[in-house]
Design a protein around this ligand. Structure first.
Ligand code: PMP
Length: 409
């Protein structure tokens, strides 16, 4: 892989923060966007801009064709069975809320919703709301001492009965990868519905929802080199078709009168109102960009970067790494590594790194329950993308060493 020509496609990477060239290690929060994506959005707005689905005029026809073509791209990208199984939302958060709200009528008092202890709040709070509204109960799926999902405990929980299982695919904090194929198969065997939060997975690995065997898979455009404002809900048709719409109004109806409304069919039934059209167009360009790369080479490149990050951080005595080491029987960590510098406040570390142009994220990362399992209020996270270079990692490590000497000599 030619990293420098790849990096040249990301204009935002080419800048200085003060005197220092930017080192962007916050891709897990949002990825930078290649020129191809920026150009596609600008082109759409300058030449094809119109609302979709509703008009006889040419511009609207072009906009609708481009918008719907992205649905087809996504169907292929995640290996869905039908294009109607792809629903555009405004992000992962909305997609999970859509599912949680839509399942309200299927859950009963006493039902159990099992949620990954490493889940992002987006994959926990909507289930808590659903539980509060239905009398169902949210139970955490425990993690092992090294912070991987505890499969034996999960099996026992399933044995006791669960209506729904909400899993992360890749942890946005630790970078650990759940074996979602196995976990979803276990859940399915016990009759539980499954939702997988793929927000941190889609940019890094091939995703095949049919192979995973989940009922729902959700992700955001902005974490996969696309724009913000758009997310995707994949739902297995038979289950998706039973969801009560979260939003009602235009676009999602068949007929409306003052005596009542008949809803339309999938996918429009779950896409009320004007969708995020230009963001969908940008997401389509992001998929084209990803598909144009040798994904095996990207995987290998990112794996090397993660190994370099880990080894470098392990060499700094004062650093406490929270992400478990790669282990036999588990997929290697992907995208992110979490650490603290001694007992120093994570924010102080972030500020010191920023002074050298290095962007990492420090905080609870929308995973407060995981923070308590880690025994911290917050931590630092370095996260990579396909444009990250070995030099980025080395500059980050040198700055971490300096911060360690300064803060805890
Ligand atoms: N789940 C995970 C694992 C995430 O990393 C994020 C974003 N940090 C979300 C959900 C929420 O995504 P969004 O803010 O795009 O809705």
């Amino acid at each position: 892989m030619n990293i420098s020509s790849l990096r040249n496609q990301f204009p935002a990477l080419d800048q200085h923060i003060g005197d220092y060239p930017l080192v962007y290690l916050d891709t897990a929060a949002t990825s930078q966007k290649p020129r191809q994506v920026l150009d596609a959005m600008a082109h759409f707005l300058t030449t094809d801009n119109a609302n979709v689905h509703r008009a006889a005029h040419t511009l609207s026809g072009r906009a609708t064709a481009s918008y719907e073509a992205v649905r087809d791209k996504l169907k292929a990208f995640v290996h869905a069975g039908r294009r109607e199984e792809i629903i555009f939302t405004h992000g992962t958060t909305e997609a999970i809320n859509l599912v949680a709200n839509g399942l309200k009528h299927r859950l009963n008092s006493g039902d159990v919703i099992l949620v990954d202890s490493a889940a992002h709040h987006a994959n926990l709070v909507p289930w808590q709301q659903l539980a509060a509204q239905t009398g169902a109960r949210v139970e955490a799926i425990p993690l092992t001492a090294e912070l991987r999902l505890d499969t034996a405990a999960f099996e026992a929980q399933l044995e006791a009965g669960a209506a729904l299982v909400a899993l992360g695919h890749v942890s946005n904090v630790l970078g650990t990868v759940n074996d979602v194929n196995t976990l979803c198969a276990m859940a399915r065997a016990k009759g539980a519905l499954t939702l997988v939060d793929g927000a941190q997975a889609v940019a890094h690995q091939r995703v095949d929802v049919t192979d995973i065997g989940c009922d729902f898979y959700v992700f955001s455009g902005h974490k996969m080199y696309g724009p913000d404002g758009v997310g995707v809900l994949y739902g297995r048709y038979e289950v998706l078709d039973t969801l009560t719409p979260l939003l009602t109004g235009g676009e999602m109806i068949k007929t409306v009168s003052f005596t009542g409304t008949e809803f339309g069919e999938l996918p429009n039934r779950l896409e009320a109102g004007t969708p995020p059209i230009v963001s969908v167009i940008g997401l389509g360009a992001a998929i084209d960009f990803i598909n144009s790369l040798d994904r095996q080479a990207v995987l290998a490149h990112e794996h090397d970067l993660m190994a370099r990050l880990r080894a470098g951080l392990e060499a700094v005595l004062q650093i406490r790494i929270h992400s478990p080491r790669d282990a036999a029987g588990a997929a290697p960590n992907s995208g992110a590594i979490a650490f603290n510098l001694g007992d120093e406040h994570h924010q102080d570390v972030g500020i010191l790194l920023d002074q050298q142009g290095i962007a990492v994220r420090c905080g609870h990362h929308c995973a407060m329950p995981l923070m308590s399992l880690m025994g911290v209020k917050g931590c630092c996270r370095a996260s990579i993308g396909l444009y990250t270079s070995p030099d980025d990692i080395d500059r980050f490590l040198a700055a971490v060493k300096e911060a360690a000497e300064l803060l805890c000599p």
